[in-house]
Design a protein around this ligand. Sequence first.
Ligand SMILES: [Zn+2]
Length: 141
Amino acid sequence: MNTDERYARLQRSENARERNVAYEQIQRLNPRPQVTMFLPQTPTSKTLPELVSETVGPLYQRANGDAEASCPWHSSKSGRCLVIYCDGTRWLCRSCRRGGDAIAWLVLTRDMSIRAARNFLGLPPRPARRRQRPTLWARIP
Ligand SMILES: [Zn+2]
């Protein structure tokens, strides 16, 4: 008789303590599979300039380290209204004032949710915001 059968038999025991032990042992032997919220996806190692250039094409490097590109939401004469600042973490369109970080870029250009974009970039999901307790008593000044 293997352990599984032994504990299965013990689960039908008259003794409540034995039943509890059997239950705990069965749980321990057959742990529940970990349920993950998202399909595991290998996070991209691409930087913001690379992600932008995938969408809008080649970037123009400026002497000050910023990169410029055309904005995907409208046409422009110069084709350089979108700036990626030299630190490579933020972008801004001078013309339509859209801007943000890599998450915002993915959300706006690839129809991703913020959560999916964070996952794509290998960032942990943001912790759920703590719910505020409703105020029961108003403070009377
Ligand atoms: Zn724009």
